[in-house]
Design a protein around this ligand. Structure first.
Ligand code: SF4
Length: 637
């Protein structure tokens, strides 16, 4: 049996001290997001400013990261959210996580603040902080190239921040291998504040497994289901760009149009930025560590001597920079995506901020005096590119947008708040928020603030048959986008499932999100036994998932004071029916939403009235530390 202890690197940037320790808490929460939440809960005191020495960043592999399990590339980043003041977690692919495992480590905790720019270099058991003054100001791409060159090893894996993080842009992210974002919550700004430019890792070991043969056998049967599914075939064929980018292949997949005003974009415009339209520019398909799906495109385009060469344009970039800003020029969409990757900007946060600014400009709330001469009109790609560059360097109007959409609307005032599409202070760049009811609820209740990658199911997009919905989720209408029935329970189910996926360290696309036939927790309980030698039941795994969600909700209550009122959607979605497209007339009916929310709270044992945690639920989950956590912060439950 494996010794169930995670090996953790703790780096204090203030003192320069590096310490390695082992802890059972890593496996108690499966690793990844679960372990990150545990550290955040225990080590980030209430009233800690997100951009301060006291905030911490936990970069954590999952227990299965770096194994033969398909998509086991994932690493989580957890920190106090710069935008919401609550928790922030994100999951990133690429090759960094598996390399950290090979170096013999499960996670890194970063604390304090360096006096000058540093980067962390991990070479098996040799760990050192190095000067990064020469890297400060560089893009994530140049940073990675230079680090590899100076360390004389092209196989080193690097995660880094770009100028956006250095300039404390609140929608800045961390990039892995130049193309995979650890987005959300302004994580890039947190590292920028701490003056940690990058982490480079080289590992020469292997991931220890208790019963490798059995583990590999289980992976084989899991892979068989994965690879024989139609969802995987579709991902393999077109990536998320093809499946869900602005209309998808059918032209009818919902998107976000002009700041979430509609979900169906003009079909002629859609065609211009479709995956098919980009085919002539596709150089190759790429993948993260050990992923058979290779969902990533590598595009190269040239115009007037300017060459764009960029990997990883997912559906959210296409939606966020094309339909949400009304740009139908594929060159500009790729250009903005590439700007974000290079400079370390979170695609979703930028999309929401700029869409708000355009709508405010179009409505006459702001004008060229506010924007320093930029004409923020729908589809005015040239000026919108300039604006993105200004966000990176906090210049001109970009300085306001660098605060994120919610804060920007507070700064501008003038009734601009009603155009700020955000939840818990975090911007929305989403498809189907009016029309797909469970999808919307998952976005509303996400503990990290908006985004579908917490509890939104794919069942509606895939329109699964009623009998499958009943069989898998006890929700007959799981596949009907417009139905509210049973969707509260369905979202609670997916929220728990995603907490497990983020903690074991695999990509959601390789799990039971797109392919519901894989949405059976048994796969992982069996693998966990083979991997560790320790038996875990399905029920125990679900309990861990509930604990993860409860740690996040407790953190949010203490740090941000979130209650039921923070689990709502923007009023536009609840008051303004769609006027065009296949979902014409759809919106989120407030009364039905309330009932769905009640059902969701009930499924998670939360208080329906307040949205807060109940003592009996916490006790049932054996989480005395949460009760102590509340009490020590002056909260009675
Ligand atoms: S499906 Fe795509 S994002 Fe997920 S691991 Fe594979 S290549 Fe990476």
């Amino acid at each position: 049996m494996l010794e169930l202890k995670g090996k953790i690197i703790r780096v204090d940037l203030t003192t320069g001290k590096i310490n390695v320790f082992e802890t059972e808490h890593f496996y108690n929460f499966l690793g990844g997001r679960g372990y990150g939440d545990w550290v955040a809960l225990k080590e980030i005191p209430k009233n800690t400013e997100p951009l301060s020495e006291g905030n911490k960043v936990v970069i954590s592999t999952g227990c299965f990261t770096g194994t033969s399990l398909p998509g086991s590339s994932r690493i989580s980043l957890t920190t106090k959210n710069v935008l919401s003041g609550g928790i922030s977690y994100s999951s990133g692919g690429g090759n960094f996580g598996p390399e950290l495992k090979k170096a013999g480590f499960d996670a890194i905790i970063i604390e304090g603040k360096a006096l000058s720019p540093k980067y962390l270099y991990i070479n098996d058991s040799n760990i050192e902080l190095r000067d990064a003054s020469h890297l400060w100001g560089l893009t994530t791409w140049d940073t990675e190239d230079i680090i590899k060159k100076e360390l004389g090893d092209e196989s080193i894996k690097v995660l880094s921040i770009g100028p956006a993080g250095e300039n404390l842009v609140k929608v800045a992210c961390v990039m892995i291998d130049k193309a995979h974002a650890l987005a959300w919550g302004g994580s890039g700004a947190v590292l920028g504040y701490k003056m940690l430019k990058a982490i480079a890792v080289k590992g020469n070991g292997t991931v220890k497994i208790h019963d490798r043969n059995l583990f590999n056998d289980l992976v084989k049967s899991y892979s068989h289901v994965l690879l024989s599914s139609s969802a995987s075939a579709a991902l393999k064929k077109g990536g998320t760009h093809g499946m869900a980018g602005v209309g998808g292949w059918s032209g009818k997949v919902p998107t976000s149009v002009r700041n979430l005003q509609e979900e169906y974009w003009d079909s002629e415009k859609s065609k211009k930025v479709s995956e098919e339209a980009y085919k002539p520019y596709e150089i190759k398909r790429t993948n993260c560590y050990n992923c058979p799906l290779s969902c990533l495109h590598y595009y190269e385009m040239e115009r007037d001597g300017e060459i764009l060469s960029c990997e990883g344009m997912h559906a959210n970039s296409v939606r966020g920079f094309a339909s949400n800003w009304d740009i139908d020029d594929p060159f500009y969409v790729l250009k903005i995506h590439s700007l974000c990757n290079k400079h370390g900007l979170d695609v979703d946060g930028v999309s929401a901020s700029v869409a708000w600014a355009i709508e405010c400009f179009e409505e006459g709330i702001i004008d060229e005096k506010d924007t320093y001469g930029l004409k923020l009109k729908w589809g005015n790609a040239k000026d919108l590119v300039k604006l993105v560059e200004q966000i990176v360097y906090r210049e001109g109007f970009g300085d306001i947008l660098a605060e994120g959409v919610y804060n920007a609307s507070r700064i501008i005032g003038r009734d601009s708040y009603k155009y700020a599409m955000q939840i818990k202070g975090v911007g929305i760049n989403e498809q189907g928020v009016h029309s797909h009811k469970a999808w919307s609820l998952g976005i509303a209740t996400s503990t990290r603030g908006s985004g579908h990658l917490t509890g939104s199911p794919q069942t509606e997009n895939r329109q699964i048959p009623n009998e499958v919905g009943k069989w898998l989720f006890n929700c007959e209408e799981a596949g009907i986008p417009g139905s509210y029935k049973g969707k509260g329970k369905l979202v609670a189910w997916y929220e728990k499932y995603k907490a497990i996926i983020d903690s074991i360290g695999i990509c959601y696309f390789n799990a039971g999100w797109y392919e519901v036939a894989l949405a059976d927790i048994k796969h992982f309980t069996r693998m966990y036994k083979a991997f560790t030698g320790k038996t875990v039941t399905d029920e125990e795994l679900w309990t861990i998932a509930e604990r993860i969600i409860n740690m996040e909700r407790a953190f949010n209550t203490v740090h941000a004071g979130f209650t039921r009122k923070d689990d709502y959607l923007p009023s536009r979605v609840m008051e303004q029916p769609l006027t065009v497209g296949p979902f014409k007339g759809e919106y989120i009916d407030r009364e039905k939403f309330e009932k769905m929310l009640d059902e969701y709270y009930q499924a998670l044992g939360l208080c329906k009235e307040s949205g807060l945690q109940k003592r009996e639920t916490i006790e049932k989950l054996d989480m005395d530390y949460i009760i102590e956590y509340f009490e020590s912060n002056g909260i009675q439950i």
